[in-house]
Design a protein around this ligand. Sequence first.
Ligand SMILES: [Zn+2]
Length: 315
Amino acid sequence: MLKRKSFVRQRLMFVALVFAVCSFTIALNWPGPPTAKLARIVQRSISPPLTQLERVSSFTVPEEFQGKIISQTTLPLREKAIALTFDDGPWPRTTEQVLDILKQNDIKATFFWISKNVKNRPEIAQLVVDAGHVIGNHTWHHWYKRMDPATAAREIEDTAAQIYETTGVKTFLFRPPGGILNNGPASYAEQKNYAVMTWSADSRDWFYRRTSPSVLVNNVLKEARPGGIVLMHDGGGNRSKTVKALPEIIAGLRQRGYKFVTVPELLALKGSPEEAPATSLSKLKDRELKLMSRARTTVGAGKKPQVKQPQQLAD
Ligand SMILES: [Zn+2]
C-alpha cells in the first residue's frame, strides 16, 4: 500500500514537471506580455475617431536654419541634391498639371502659397498636401510695399491660419514675395523663427509674357548647383510655359546627376546655410522700391509685375 502511494506521488510529480516545462516553453515564445496586449486593445478602443487635428503635418526646419535667410546650402562633398519650389498657388489647372508631372517623375517639391488663393481653391490645396508635397507661407496679399509691423505680422499669421484651417498643415518655411527682405514680412518671419527661403536658381518664369519654355529650361540648368533651390511658379498668372518647361528641367537636372528633395530635406542634409544676398537686398534703395511698387500698380490683379527681381536690383 505504501509502495503504491509512493508510485502515485512519483507519477504526479512527473506530470507536474512536464506541465511546468511546457508552460515555461510557451511563455518564452509568447509574442508579448498579456498586459501589454490588453493595454493596446484598451487604447485602441478609447481612441477618438480621425479628426482634422490628426492629419496635421508640420514642416519644421533644423535649429541652425531657424530665423535665417537662406538661398541655398553648401552640401557635403559629392551630395548632389536640389529642391524644386513653386510659388503663388494654388491655381486652377496649372497646379494640377505640375502635380501630375511631379508624380510621373516621383518627385516631392515645395509649394509656397498665397493664402487668398488657398481660400479660393481649397480643393487644389488639399490635392497638393495629399500628394505629399511640402508647404510654405508666401503671405496673404503678395504685397511688395513697405508694411508696418502689425500689417506684416497679419500677412504671415493670417496665412498660417488659413493654411492650417484648410489643410491641417503647419509650416515654418516662409518665402517673401519678390524675395524682398526689407519691407516687413521677412523680418517678422525671422523673429518668429521661420526659415526665410529665397532661391539660387531662378527660372524667370515670372517674366512669362516674353519668354519661352526653352529659355526657362536654360535659366534653371545654367544656375543649378548642389544644395540649390529652384524658383518656379504654378500660380499667379499664365503658367503654361512653366508647365511645358518642367519635364525638360527635371530631365536635364537628372542627366546632370541631381536628386530631388524638398526644402526641409535639403536643410536636413547637414549642409551649411548660405545666406541670400541679404546684405545688398537690405540696402535696396527707396528709388528701386518705388519702381517696383509703380510696376505692381500698373498690372492687373493676380498678375506678377514685370519688374526686375530684387537680386538683380541689388547694388
Ligand atoms: Zn510670389
